[in-house]
Ligand binder design. Structure first.
Ligand code: PLP
Length: 428
């Protein structure tokens, strides 16, 4: 049976106690997610359950991850993706990507160990953190991780001492002012520093410079920055040749999103064609790699949260303040760290199920997380389809990127939410 057949087989008799308002128009994927949400909630006895049984939870559609991978392969077949593990460390996602042949961008010892402990070869890892702890560099050497990024001279001295054979990608700065999360404020050297300081020192220390890396910022909005970075990378390839280096890796980093991938991938292709033409690529055997995080997982995770409290507000634009059991110290830390605006929707109201049903949204609320901190605000003004009450559930789609990876246990709330897996596509 294909996933679709077996789904239809199973759902001939829906076992849910919550009545599902089936939306005939909704896609197979959203039906799968809706059923997973409904099933889990139906299993909770809200009046008797143990503490925490009604915690927030995710539904992950691994079919969406597969879909992202396919789109990448279709639009950027010449660029080999290294999934940025920091974005979402979910092991099922990593295992699926590994099966698909994707490689990995690790930022730390723990991320390296996560990949290696899954039996994935260390030559599929780029240690893409330009500022590393000495002991982590030694760990990279011990585990045979032989490619890393560097943007300052101290890092070259550290590598010479602790991992002298390691392949080096010089990370250059980019123009990422309009990105959702800027990275070039912290990382990347100018072309001038790369040419006048890093290359000569690397040569003097006998280090193995292999290529150039950049990142145009996470959630990049200005794709001209891709063009400029690839142009600068080519200038550095040429400068390195004068030091006797024949560079053969260009790492175009992350910053990609599914919603804008048509434009960003076109810009990558156009820029590579211009600055890394076929003859040059052949002559130097150049490999193009990337470090996509958000692109692979953002759309694959839906978060369900329980309304635990409500405070009515008189004479205000909002009807009430509603309090849910996840927030900015939990899986919605992306509000603070990643400048995301998670969109709340009604999942259940008075035991009726409203997942993915298109409704008008006349009710305004502010939504708050469960901790005692006033900063823990999920939305100042969310428009919802129903007058939600204590005991209802809300859901937030597209919460796969930079969410579960950075939760805290502040105020004693458990950070790592339960994940239910579905697959809207047949998985390998
Ligand atoms: N590579 C590096 C070095 C990063 O710092 C990040 C994100 O911070 C990524 C890749 C992933 O970026 P994105 O999720 O925007 O694709």
């Amino acid at each position: 049976l294909t996933p679709k057949d077996s789904y239809l087989e199973k759902t001939r008799q829906l076992p849910y106690s919550i009545q599902q308002q089936a939306n005939q128009q909704s896609s197979f994927a959203s039906k799968l997610i809706g059923d997973a949400l409904a099933n889990h909630i139906a299993e909770i006895d809200h009046d008797q359950c143990d503490a925490g049984d009604e915690d927030s939870f995710f539904v992950c559609d691994l079919g969406e991850v597969l879909q992202s991978f396919r789109i990448w392969k279709e639009k950027l077949p010449q660029v080999h993706p290294h999934y940025a593990v920091k974005c979402n460390t979910n092991l099922e996602v990593i295992k699926l990507l590994a099966k698909l042949g994707v490689s990995f961008d690790c930022a730390s010892k723990t991320e390296i160990d996560t990949i290696i402990n899954l039996g994935i070869d260390s030559d599929r890892i780029v240690y893409a953190n330009p500022c590393k702890t000495n002991s982590f560099i030694r760990h990279a050497k011990q585990t045979n991780v032989n490619l890393t990024t560097v943007d300052n001279v101290q890092e070259l001295y550290k590598l010479q001492k602790h991992h002298p054979e390691c392949g080096i990608l010089i990370r250059i700065v980019t123009d990422d002012e309009t990105a959702q999360c800027r990275l070039s404020t912290k990382f990347g050297c100018s072309l001038e520093v790369a040419i006048t300081e890093l290359l000569p020192l690397a040569k003097e220390l006998g280090l193995n410079v292999k290529g150039v890396a950049f990142h145009v910022g996470s959630g990049a909005k200005d794709f001209d920055s891709i063009y400029k970075a690839i142009r600068d990378a080519r200038a550095l390839f040429d400068a390195a040749a004068e030091f006797g280096y024949s560079l053969d890796v260009l790492d175009i980093g992350g910053g990609f999103e599914r919603e804008t991938f048509d434009q960003s991938s076109k810009m990558v292709t156009l820029s590579l064609d211009k600055f890394f033409p076929e003859a040059f690529v052949k002559q130097h055997q150049v490999k193009f790699i990337a470090e996509p995080g958000r692109f692979m997982v953002a759309n694959a995770f839906t978060l369900a949260t329980h309304v635990i409290a409500r405070r009515d507000i008189k004479d205000a634009e909002i009807r009430a303040m509603v309090y849910i059991n996840d927030g900015v110290y939990g899986n919605m830390n992306c509000i603070l760290f990643d400048h995301q605006h998670p969109q709340a929707h009604v999942l259940t109201h008075n035991n009726k199920f409203y997942y993915d049903s298109v409704q008008s949204c006349p009710y305004r609320f502010s939504i708050w997380g469960p901790t005692c901190d006033g900063l823990d605000c999920v939305s100042n003004q969310a428009k919802l389809s129903h007058d939600v009450q204590v005991g209802d559930w809300l859901y937030f789609p597209n919460l796969g990127a930079y969410t579960s990876a950075a939760t805290t246990s502040f105020n004693g709330f458990k950070g790592n939410a339960h994940v239910i897996y579905v697959a809207s596509e047949e998985l390998p």
